[in-house]
Design a protein around this ligand. Sequence first.
Ligand code: SF4
Length: 335
Amino acid sequence: MEQTSLLDVRDLTVGFESPYGLIQAVNGMSFTLKQGERIGIVGESGSGKSVTAHAITGLQPSNARVSGEARLDGIDLLRISKREMRRVRGGRIGMVFQNPLHCLNPAMKIGAQIEEAVLAHTGADKNEARQRVLELMDQVGIPSPSRSAQEFPHHFSGGMRQRVMIAIALACKPQIVIADEPTTALDVTIQAQIIDLLAETCETYGAAVILITHDLGILAGFAERIVVMYAGRVAEQGEVDSIYYQPAHPYTLGLLQSVTRIDEARRDRLVPIAGNPPSPVLLPSGCVFHPRCPYAQTVCREQAPPLERVGGFDHMAACHFADEIVAQRTGNNAP
Ligand code: SF4
């Protein structure tokens, strides 16, 4: 039986007012998240992935103009009050950000910071909250919870601080955890540990996860579905195997050739994608990827490709030649 969506984002558009007019950062983004599902949103810096997460959780700056829908269990998060959003954030949605040092209070003990999250979003009393803090610290692999709870953030390594952030995100037993580049500042071994921890703990709590990253390699072995973003649009989305083994968009191909995989010992030669992402104030005509695309033809400069189904269920790509690219790569057709 088809599982219903927990989060349903439809036609999300985010622009920022500026002296140059409205700068479009996200344009018509749609995706769904099922209960307990793990999805990855991947793209280069400026692709709109973090802006998407901020818009869904009400963390966008005051000059942002947001339209579309983001329904969590039917409630449109884009239309609730700031007060209701504060209850959702930290209550039904837990957040893990890139730099825990920016989120943790440097003058407050670790245990007290986790306890604050427990008290704010659960009905626990002080004693229950203290017990819960130790339980959470143990679950996220912080050694000697009673002693560590008395430490300050600067006593912890980057990986340990990120474990604290995961404990805070899980404090309220959320339905969704959004992790925005949670491992960017960490070395590769610690990255793998944090991603594994995120997967394990969210599974224990039955929480769905949106993992935002610029590194497609991070998502191998973690995500069930992947959304690839480019210049504020969905370039491709589908189940993880479709994205890794039958990529249909040249941008996804480029990302695959330019990243390492933390679940693979073998390292092929990495090939960076030529050129840079476009400025949102000066987007290319037609397909926004055409100036960097090795497959580009005249039609690409003239017509924006719609996001259309390719092959398997739920596999979609915004490329005029998606079917040909898949057929060429799977050897079913001559180029
Ligand atoms: Fe490349 Fe054209 Fe496809 Fe855009 S539509 S990704 S330019 S082949």
